[in-house]
Design a binder for this molecule. Sequence first.
Ligand code: F3S
Length: 76
Amino acid sequence: MANLDVKVDADLCSGCAVCESTAPDVFKMNDDSIAEVLPEGLAQAEKDLVVEAAESCPSEAITVVDKDTGKQIVPA
Ligand code: F3S
């Protein structure tokens, strides 16, 4: 399980949905075609999968911070 703070910048998100395809339990497209983070899915998710999904975003719209260390993982 991952103790991560994950945010999607709605201004940067282009709605390509790669994040949702990669980690559908963590990211969900809303009615405006912007990705949203599902807190319950995030709490259960593997860290590596969340990081992979965030890194796959072509718009660098997803920020991932490790809450244990306070270190930003994505963007690196
Ligand atoms: Fe948006 Fe990036 Fe996901 S553009 S839909 S946050 S992969």
